[in-house]
Write a protein that binds this ligand. Structure first.
Ligand code: Q9C
Ligand code: ZN
Length: 342
C-alpha cells in the first residue's frame, strides 16, 4: 500500500497545551508521525511518496476563504500585535454574547475561528497543515487511479475542523477535502467512516445537509469525552442530508468486543449506501494505553478490524487522525493497514 507523507509536518510544533489545570507538552507532537513512518518502513508496507501540490482550490471546496486567509496570516498578525509564544485564544463569542459583526483585532479573530483552547498555532502551522491536506489529496490520486487502498500519513490531523474553525489539534479537514475532491472528480457517493476515539465534529458539520457523503463516527460518548457538544446518536443529518449521518457514542471502558458491534452496524450502513469510495478517518486513540481517551482496544484488535474494513471490498483511502500513545502508535496504525491487506 502506498503511503503519502511530508516531512513539513515538523513545522507545526505547539509549545504547550492547557490540560487539567496545568500546562503540559502537547499530546499532538511531531514524533507521532515519525513513529508511524518508522514502523511502516520496518514492515515494508510499500512505497512512501511526498505529496504533489494540488493547490488551494480543493481546500477552498471545503473551507471558507476567510478562514483559509486567517490561517495563512494569523502568525504574522499575532506577532505584529506584540504577542509571542504560540497563538492562543482567550475570548469567544460565547453563549450569552452572540457574534454580531467581525472585530479586526487579532484576539477577536482568533476567538472567532477557535473551537476551543488546547490547540496552539506557531509560525509553520499553516505550511504543515497545507501539506497535510496535500498528502490526503495525493493518496486519493492513487486510489482514483486504481489502487485498492492508500494511506495519507497526515499531520496535523483534520477531523475536528469544520468549514471555518480550528481546534482539537486540527486546522484543515484532510478527510473532508479528499472526499469532496473525489466527488469533484466523478464519484457519486463517498462514505467517511471515522474510527478516531473522538467524534469527527468537523466532518459531520461539513457534510451534515448533504446526501452525497455518508458520515459515520464511533467515539467516546459526548457525555464524557471531547468535543462534548456533538456526536449524540440523534444527530442524523438535516435537509437533503437527513439520514446520512450516523453516530455511535460509546461509554468509558468500552472493549473491542463492544466497539466491534458498533463497527459492524456502521459497515452494514456503508454496504447499503454502496459508495464509490470509502475514506477512513484513522485515529488510534481508541488504544487501551492512550493518555487522553477511555476505550480498551489492544494492538491485535487493530489487525482484526483492518480485515473487517477490507471486507467491504471498496476503494479505500486511509487518512491519519489522532493517537497519543506515541511509542505504540506506529505498531497500531500499521496493524490496521496490514490487517486490511491480508
Ligand atoms: N480535556 C484528535 O484526536 N482535548 N484530537 C481537549 C480535553 C482535545 C483530539 C481537552 C482532544 C483533541 C485529532
Ligand atoms: Zn482523537
Amino acid at each position: 500500500m502506498l503511503t503519502v507523507y511530508s516531512d513539513r509536518h515538523t513545522l507545526h510544533h505547539a509549545h504547550a497545551e492547557p490540560f487539567g489545570g496545568t500546562v503540559v507538552e502537547p499530546f499532538e507532537c511531531p514524533q507521532r508521525a515519525e513513529y508511524v513512518l518508522a514502523r511502516l518502513r520496518e514492515v515494508g508496507l510499500g512505497p512512501v511518496n511526498t505529496p504533489a501540490d494540488h493547490g488551494l482550490e480543493p481546500i477552498l471546496r471545503v473551507h471558507d476563504a476567510g478562514y483559509v486567509q486567517f490561517l495563512q496570516t494569523v502568525w504574522a498578525d499575532w506577532t505584529a500585535a506584540g504577542f509571542s509564544g504560540q497563538v492562543t485564544p482567550s475570548v469567544w463569542p460565547g453563549r450569552t454574547m452572540p457574534f454580531r459583526r467581525p472585530s479586526s483585532h487579532i484576539e477577536a479573530r482568533v476567538g472567532y475561528h477557535a473551537l476551543c483552547g488546547e490547540t496552539g498555532i506557531v509560525e509553520g502551522t499553516w505550511e504543515a497543515a497545507y501539506w497535510s491536506a496535500q498528502a490526503a489529496l495525493t493518496a486519493l490520486d492513487a486510489v482514483l487511479a486504481g489502487d485498492r487502498a492508500a494511506f495519507a500519513l497526515c499531520r496535523p490531523p483534520g477531523h475536528h475542523a469544520p468549514k471555518d474553525q480550528y481546534g482539537g489539534y486540527c486546522f484543515l479537514n484532510n478527510a473532508a477535502i479528499a472526499a469532496q475532491a473525489a466527488l469533484d472528480r466523478g464519484a457519486q457517493r463517498v462514505a467517511v467512516l471515522d474510527v478516531d476515539f473522538h467524534h469527527g465534529n468537523g466532518t459531520q458539520e461539513i457534510f451534515y445537509d448533504r446526501s452525497d457523503v455518508l458520515f459515520l463516527s464511533l467515539h467516546g460518548t459526548p457525555d464524557q469525552a471531547y468535543p462534548y457538544f456533538m456526536g449524540w446518536e440523534d444527530e442524523t443529518g438535516s435537509g437533503d442530508g437527513a439520514g446520512f449521518t450516523a453516530n455511535y457514542p460509546l461509554p468509558a471502558g468500552t472493549p473491542y468486543s463492544v466497539w466491534k458491534q458498533a463497527l459492524e452496524q456502521a459497515l452494514d450502513r456503508i454496504r447499503d449506501y454502496a459508495p464509490d469510495l470509502l475514506v477512513i478517518s484513522l485515529g488510534l486513540d481508541t488504544y487501551e494505553q492512550d493518555p487522553i481517551s477511555f476505550f480498551k482496544l489492544t494492538a491485535a484488535d487493530y489487525l482484526d478490524y483492518g480485515g473487517l474494513l477490507a471486507g467491504l471490498t471498496l476503494p479505500t483511502l486511509f487518512v491519519m487522525e489522532g493517537g497519543y500513545a506515541v511509542e505504540d502508535l506506529g505498531i497500531n496504525t500499521v496493524n490496521v493497514l496490514q490487517g486490511f491487506e491480508t
